[in-house]
Write a protein that binds this ligand. Structure first.
Ligand code: PLP
Length: 484
C-alpha cells in the first residue's frame, strides 16, 4: 500500500511511534471493537469452526514492506482472526476449565503493556514489585491462607509448581545447585509423590528438574478420585527402605478431571513425619476459597510449604497470572538467585528476578489489583457462589433424568457425567460422538476425561457471563443430541 495513492489513510510517521492523536483515534476504535465483541459474543460459535491451516493459508507468506493504516489491520481481525478464535469468553464455553477475563482485567493488561515494565530489580519497577506484594497479601487474606505463606506471581501453574519443587530440592542441601545431578555416585534417587489424578504439569516439572519419570511416584486414589494417604505412606516407607530420598508431595485441591480434593489434613502428617515438602496444587479451586462456605477446601494448607492458585482460571483475570504462595522464599532464592555485575544494586529491597528462572517479569499484579478493586471481595464471592449454584442445578437435572448419570461427586463448578440411554451398546463411543456433535454445532463447548474406563463428559461453569439461561441452553442441547 503506497501512501501517495491513499491520501485519506493514516500511516506510521517516518520515525518514532504513532502520534498521540492517532493513538486516541485507533484506541477508541479498538475499545469499541472489544465492547462489540463482548456484546455480540453469543452470536459467535464457541469453538472456532475452521479447518487446520485455514488461517495460515489466508495470510501472506512474508511481512509487508511498508506499514499499513491501522484500520486496515483491524479489518483483518474481523476477516481472518475472529473466525480462528475459540471464544473462551462465551458463556457456553464449558470445556477444560471454563475461564474468562473481565473488563477491569483487560484494562490492566492494556496499562501494563503501556508501562512495559521488566520487573527484574525493584529499581527497574518499584510499582510492579510493591503492588505485587500488596495485592498478593490481599488475596492471601481473602483465601484465608496462613500468614507464613508469601506470594509471588509466575505466568502459569506449571511454572509455579516447577519453582516449588525446585525450592523443595534446594532444601535437601544436596549441593544440586553447585554440583548438578548427573555423574554423581553420592546421589540416590530423589522422589516426588502425587496422585494418579494430578495435573500433567507435576510430571513435566519433575522432567525439567532432571529427576526423570522415575523420580515421580503416582499414588492411588479412592472412589472419589482423592489421593489415598495410606498408600502415600506405604510408598514413602518402601522407597526409604530402598535407599531413595522422598522429598516432596504434590497434593491437589480441585483436580483437573473431576475437581476432587486430596485430603490435605491427612497428607500433612505424612509429610511432617518424613520431613518432606508439601506443595498444594489449587490452580483451579484456590479461587473458591474466597467464598466463606467453601474455604474449608484449603483446610490443612496452613501446614503446607507452598500452594499455587491461578487467578487466571477462576478469578476473572486475563491469562496469564498464577500465584505461588511459599513459606520458604529463602530456599526459592537460594535455588534461583544469580546476580551478574550489571544487575547489582545497593538498595535493601526485593528484587523479583531472585525468585525464579525469568529475569524480566511482566507487570501482572496490575490486572489483579484492578479486578479486586472493581468487583471488591463481595463481587468476586457472589460470582463464584453463583457458578457453584448453577453447577448444582445442572447436577440435579442430571440426577433426576433416566438418560444421564453423574460419574463423580460434584465439587466446585464442574460436573462429570455421561449419557446412558437405554438400548445403547457402546456408551463410550456414544458419549464421544455426542460431545463431538455438540462441539461441532458451535453452540457450546464441553470436554471429556476417562473415569474407571468410562468416557466422561466434563462440563465446567466459570464464565463471568454465564447465567441460568445458558445452563438451560446446554442442557437442552445435550438432550437434543441424545437422539441425533
Ligand atoms: N493444575 C491443575 C489442577 C490444572 O487444572 C491445570 C490446568 O488446567 C494446571 C495445573 C496447569 O495450569 P497452567 O495452564 O496455569 O499451567
Amino acid at each position: 500500500m503506497r501512501k501517495d495513492e491513499f491520501p485519506e489513510k493514516i500511516f506510521a510517521p517516518q520515525t518514532g511511534d504513532m502520534s498521540a492523536e492517532d493513538f486516541r483515534r485507533h484506541g477508541y476504535q479498538m475499545i469499541d471493537w472489544i465492547a462489540d465483541y463482548f456484546q455480540n459474543i453469543e452470536q459467535l460459535p464457541v469453538l472456532a469452526q475452521i479447518d487446520p491451516n485455514w488461517l495460515k493459508d489466508n495470510l501472506p507468506k512474508s511481512a509487508p514492506e511498508d506499514g499499513e493504516d491501522f484500520s486496515e489491520v483491524l479489518k483483518d481481525v474481523d476477516r481472518l482472526i475472529l473466525p480462528a478464535v475459540t471464544n473462551w469468553n462465551h458463556p457456553n464455553f464449558h470445556g477444560l476449565f471454563s475461564t474468562s477475563s473481565s473488563a477491569a482485567g483487560i484494562f490492566g493488561e492494556l496499562l501494563s503493556a503501556a508501562f512495559d515494565q521488566k520487573a527484574m530489580l525493584w529499581r527497574a519497577s518499584p510499582a510492579s514489585t510493591e503492588l505485587e506484594e500488596v495485592v498478593l497479601e490481599w488475596l492471601r487474606q481473602m483465601m484465608n491462607l496462613d500468614a507464613g505463606l508469601k506470594g509471588i506471581i509466575y505466568d502459569t501453574a506449571s511454572v509455579s509448581t516447577l519453582h516449588a519443587i525446585a525450592a523443595a530440592r534446594e532444601g535437601l542441601n544436596l549441593r544440586v545447585r553447585e554440583d548438578g545431578m548427573s555423574g554423581r555416585e553420592d546421589l540416590p534417587l530423589l522422589r516426588v509423590y502425587t496422585s494418579e489424578q494430578s495435573h500433567s504439569s507435576v510430571e513435566k516439572a519433575v522432567l525439567l528438574l532432571g529427576l526423570g519419570q522415575k523420580g515421580l511416584r503416582k499414588i492411588e486414589t479412592d472412589e472419589q478420585f482423592r489421593m489415598r494417604p495410606d498408600k502415600l505412606r506405604e510408598a514413602i516407607e518402601e522407597d526409604k527402605a530402598n535407599g531413595f530420598i522422598p522429598f516432596c508431595v504434590v497434593a491437589t485441591v480441585g483436580t483437573t478431571s473431576t475437581a476432587s480434593v486430596d485430603p490435605i489434613e491427612e497428607i500433612v502428617p505424612v509429610c511432617e513425619e518424613n520431613v518432606m515438602w508439601l506443595h498444594v496444587d489449587a490452580a483451579y479451586a484456590g479461587s473458591a476459597a474466597i467464598v466463606p462456605e467453601l474455604q474449608n477446601c484449603l483446610k490443612g494448607c496452613e501446614r503446607a510449604d507452598s500452594v499455587v492458585t491461578n487467578p487466571h482460571k477462576w478469578l476473572f483475570t486475563p491469562f496469564d497470572l498464577s500465584v505461588l504462595y511459599c513459606r520458604h522464599l529463602d530456599l526459592l532464592k537460594r535455588a534461583f538467585s544469580l546476580v551478574p555485575e550489571y544487575l547489582k544494586t545497593n538498595e535493601t529491597v526485593t528484587n523479583q528476578m531472585d525468585y525464579g528462572i525469568q529475569l524480566g517479569r511482566r507487570f501482572r499484579a496490575l490486572k489483579l489489583w484492578f479486578v479486586i478493586r472493581y468487583f471488591g471481595q463481595n463481587g468476586l464471592i457472589d460470582r463464584i457462589r453463583e457458578h457453584c449454584r448453577l453447577t448444582k442445578l445442572l447436577a440435579s437435572w442430571i440426577e433426576k433424568s433416566e438418560d444421564w448419570e453423574l460419574l463423580a461427586p460434584v465439587n466446585f463448578a464442574l460436573v462429570c457425567f455421561r449419557a446412558c440411554p437405554e438400548n445403547v451398546g457402546d456408551l463410550n463411543a456414544f458419549n464421544e460422538d455426542l460431545m463431538n456433535s455438540i462441539n461441532a454445532s458451535g453452540e457450546a463447548y464441553i470436554s471429556h476425561t476417562k473415569l474407571n474406563g468410562k468416557f466422561t463428559l466434563r462440563l465446567s461453569i466459570g464464565s463471568i457471563r454465564v447465567e441460568e439461561k445458558h445452563i438451560e441452553n446446554v442442557w437442552n442441547l445435550l438432550n437434543k443430541n441424545l437422539t441425533f
